[in-house]
Design a protein around this ligand. Sequence first.
Ligand code: IMP
Length: 397
Amino acid sequence: MRSPRVDVVLGLQWGDEGKGKVVDALAGSYPVVARFQGGPNAGHTLYYQGKKVVLHQVPSGIFHEGVYCVIGNGVVLDPEVLLREVEGLQALGIDPKEKLIVGKRAHLILPIHRWLEEVSAEGEKIGTTRRGIGPAYADRYARRGIPVAWIDEADFAQRVEALFTYHAARFPSEKPPTLSETFWKGIELLRSLPRVELTEWLLQFEAVLAEGSQGTMLDIFAGTYPYVTSSHTTVAGVIAGLSVPPQSIREVYGVIKAYTTRVGEGPFPTEVFGSEAEWLQTRGNERGSTTGRLRRCGWLDLVALQYAIQLNGVTHLALTKADVLCGLPQVKVRVGGSDTAPIYETLPGWQSLNDPAFEHFVRFIEGFVGVPVRGISTGPSREDWYERLPKAPKSLG
Ligand code: IMP
């Protein structure tokens, strides 16, 4: 069967593992980088020509020449956010319009979806990003959502109005939003971009790099439900979200941070508090790139990691932010126990990433999970990255 080879980069924790950086490091070798799920709840931070850029909707391959950037069918797309992002990139001298391709079957996030998160208390309990993600996916699954393909239909405006009326009726004492000029400009932008049937469009390419958002533990099925996002952040999401056959999936790069963070509510077995948490938040600059919220912090959880690796068929690991832990006398990793009584192994800390104690940490991870750590990020910028030749993990002999 003819199909492109699809390699995947996805997060194995609760998001914010540094996937954008890993995609950016790999993207040059692929003709296509494609987002398969999520929406502007994501904030992929990249450094381009010394400037910090946070991408919410546009795939992280955008800084590479000759790479198409696909917004896949599994995505929920906010036209206003896309417009702002495209204008921001144009100000940096990049024209994303030459590279952006949109899957026809992606669904729109409308202002009414963001409003629903403001007026209903549902999102508050979870600590959502309030970008309308849950309501947009809920409409999609309730079969009243608006796919991108419909923006060309004569009755598009009426369908949008009907959805506004439907939701507004649920909260009669609240004032619903109106459709702003920016919304319509966002729709015009979308009309100016190629909107394609992805299954067919992707056939012209040899290889695709699929870019995940959020992380495995936030997956709607596999994560810490109900404290999750509303999409499939796992490899299952690639098949549905890019509309490709399962045989196309090859390498699965799982991205992990050397410690753990979580934004929003929900269980977090290895969480630390007080000065330990503050130390990590400050050193690691652990503040949400979409919402600005401080991230909860904790030690690396190898039990959760093993689950995420098994579930996604991860073939390689990429490790980020180990530099943040430099200078600690000791670091801890969870190796067992229950979620309420985790058991830790204490490992020697490292002064720099050349310190043998760091190599020991990496080999400990590999030995525990049986998957090689291939890439290591050593700092925020594009150049702070090296590929490590994998040694056979101890457990594999
Ligand atoms: P939603 O995706 O906005 O509905 O939020 C659901 C949960 O996922 C909340 O706990 C959010 O904090 C979390 N979340 C959503 N997107 C991200 C992300 O990109 N990084 C980290 N957490 C996220």
